[in-house]
Design a protein around this ligand. Structure first.
Ligand code: PLP
Length: 357
């Protein structure tokens, strides 16, 4: 298999992909319901939650929409420090919510004191935070942010996008007091795209009851009603659920702690390598992602040119995202990527760089 060092869609192990070819079943029949129930029960371990995990047939961005539609009548505070957290903000605006933002410069984290300041000025029903900002390689301190929210404004709900970190980094939903926590299938879970996993606690369901016009497709109360019968309101992405059920067993066989350690070891290796070369790490020290490393392009480094050399060798690197395209490049080390793959990539990078000098 050729390692793709891109932050989604990532490589899918052949035996995982194979699960998708299992025969279709009636989605409201006992046989499928048993698989659905088993997969969603198992998924709770990834979220460190006693609450439910909805398996939603949409990509992660659908969970942005679900969060703002279900958890706020009007007022939302969005933490913004990159393209994906900006998207969460844009989704809140697009759904007609009065949305303010707490902004940090690209490469810097959103800090708890910035959130505290905003909460002291005004009351919000919901705060949105991205855990791992995939555009900059910053990991926001969500545990500390959740703590200040609980302290200053205990009835403000917290929705966390952990799309590019969950299943690669430990995020403890219940212990940290997160109300809605979600990811998509095509990042650290190493599944094909098309499924979102969204954990929702009781406080969040209670809030949804008070919010009119939650829409239909993303209505948490409707999803919950069907989940209680091991089902979904609409036809689910059955092949992805087969693959998820199987992949969760593979993940637990590796062991969650081992999996998290593998991701952080690869992050450390990439950071050390870049620093040793004198190349700048884009994310601020102390807040660097465990699932991808974003490196400032040295002069003359051309990601597209490098990819031309390595794609025939079965590898691929990610260019910078959004405004950072051409200014940074990104090494994603998530899902099925192992330290030996990283060594191959770094050797190729060394070789490319030596050939230019
Ligand atoms: C990829 C990504 C998204 C978007 O997820 P989709 O599954 O493409 O909708 C949102 N947030 C973060 C942090 C991401 O990395």
């Amino acid at each position: 298999m050729s390692p793709m060092f891109v932050p989604g869609p990532v490589d899918v192990a052949p035996d995982v992909a194979q699960q998708q070819t299992r025969p279709m079943l009636p989605h409201r029949g006992k046989e499928f319901e048993a698989i659905f129930q088993q997969a969603s029960e198992k998924a709770r371990q990834l979220f460190y939650t006693q609450h439910r995990v909805f398996l939603m047939t949409n990509s992660g961005s659908g969970a942005h929409e679900a969060s703002v539609r279900n958890l706020a009548k009007t007022s939302v505070l969005s933490c913004v420090n990159g393209s994906f957290s900006k998207r969460f903000y844009d989704v809140a605006l697009a759904n007609g919510k009065q949305t303010d933002k707490v902004e940090a410069p690209l490469g810097q984290p959103v800090l708890p004191e910035m959130v505290a300041e905003a909460l002291q000025k005004k009351h919000y029903e919901l705060i949105t935070v991205v855990h791992n900002e995939t555009s900059t390689g910053v990991m926001n301190p969500i545990q500390e942010i959740a703590a200040v929210v609980q302290q200053i404004s205990p009835d403000t709900l917290i929705a966390v996008d952990a799309v590019s970190s969950l299943a690669g980094v430990k995020v403890e939903m219940d212990a940290w007091g997160i109300d809605v926590l979600f990811t998509s299938s095509q990042k650290c879970l190493a599944l094909p795209p098309g499924l979102a996993l969204c954990a929702v606690n009781e406080r969040a369901l209670a809030r949804a009851k008070e919010v009119p016009f939650r829409g239909w497709y993303f209505d948490f109360l409707l999803l919950e009603k069907h989940r209680l019968n091991d089902s979904t309101p609409m036809t689910p992405a059955m092949p992805l659920i087969y693959a998820l059920d199987y992949q969760l067993d593979r993940i637990f066989a590796e062991g969650l702690e081992n999996r998290f350690a593998r991701h952080s070891a690869m992050a450390q290796r990439c950071q050390d390598w870049a620093m040793q070369k004198g190349w700048g790490l884009f994310a601020a020290e102390g807040y660097r992602s465990q699932t991808l490393t974003v490196i400032a392009n040295p002069p003359e480094f051309d990601c597209a040119e490098f990819n031309k050399q390595i794609v025939p060798r079965g590898m691929r690197l990610a260019n910078g995202y959004g405004d950072l395209k051409g200014k940074t490049f990104r090494i994603a080390h998530m899902g099925e990527i192992h330290p030996s793959d990283i060594e191959k990539l770094l050797a190729a990078l060394d070789e490319y760089w030596a050939s230019k000098h």
